[in-house]
Design a protein around this ligand. Sequence first.
Ligand SMILES: NC(=O)c1ccc[n+]([C@@H]2O[C@H](COP(=O)([O-])OP(=O)(O)OC[C@H]3O[C@@H](n4cnc5c(N)ncnc54)[C@H](O)[C@@H]3O)[C@@H](O)[C@H]2O)c1
Length: 297
Amino acid sequence: MLNIDLTGRRALVAGVADDAGYGFAIAKALADAGASVSVATWPPALNIFLNLLERGKMDESRRMADGSIMEFERIYPLDAIYDTLADAPEDIRTSKRYNERGDFSVQGVADRLVADFGERPLDILVHSIGNAPEVKKSLLEVSRAGYLGAVSASAYSLVSMVQRLGPLMRPKGSVLSLTYMASERVIPGYGGGMPSAKAALESDTRVLAFEAGRAYGLRVNTISAGPLASRAASAIGIIEKMVDYCAENSPLPEPVRAEDVGHVAAFLASPLASGITGTTLYVDKGYHAMGMAVPKE
Ligand SMILES: NC(=O)c1ccc[n+]([C@@H]2O[C@H](COP(=O)([O-])OP(=O)(O)OC[C@H]3O[C@@H](n4cnc5c(N)ncnc54)[C@H](O)[C@@H]3O)[C@@H](O)[C@H]2O)c1
């Protein structure tokens, strides 16, 4: 029987701080397929996340198909807007949420992975990070800093991770990120430069697939996911409306579930997808194929 077996593979999922988002569902699907999964969490969200885990608040959502509870091999602090610790300003480094975390930069995570697991510690890298300081502002209003902040946290962060973690990955490894169709179609209300960041992320996926494919034998893909009421998406302010609209107007008239994306991520990480790289793959119940809303009866 054809199945997804990631036994013996190690994954890092960056952008997990609760059990409501795509990163968590991907981590769970990878673990369900047998991979050892570490996560990287934004320092401002890390304490709450550790608390939820310790108090058993996520035990039910961590329960896997075989009945066991998913354990993260490591939980690393990561602020993906900093390539090295020296890039973080003094006031961030010394602030309460960061100062006891050690090196929370992208390079810091790379160094910790090597210290914990050796020279070639990784097979699967998932970037599930999105952040725009001015997400509620339209493109007519967004500041330069807000726009560049969105691109830095949501797109360059992938480039930085492939630069620094790509060389640590074993050949045939898989890099995956999450994008949204606002990169190519107008989604009113999804602002702050996020559409531009997603367009960059998709373009970078193609170029990184070529460069990291030739350099390290990696595959690089991105999933264009339908709307989900995650913590990050709630910041947009209209996520429930986006979810309902897509469910009503998609070929499959139902909301996208986080597991739908998790399962495709596990497939993309597996040898079954060894011919797929440089691709934007839609997991959105087919919404991207539509040209107009379904007329009301
Ligand atoms: N929810 C949706 O509707 C939707 C749709 C398509 C794509 N996506 C994408 O899916 C990915 C995951 O988002 P989600 O919606 O599941 O929400 P989420 O809140 O579960 O994940 C976003 C994560 O990014 C982390 N983060 C923010 N800034 C960071 C930084 N500087 N360094 C490190 N981590 C940082 C947050 O702490 C959070 O854990 C994002 O790329 C998002 O754009 C989401």
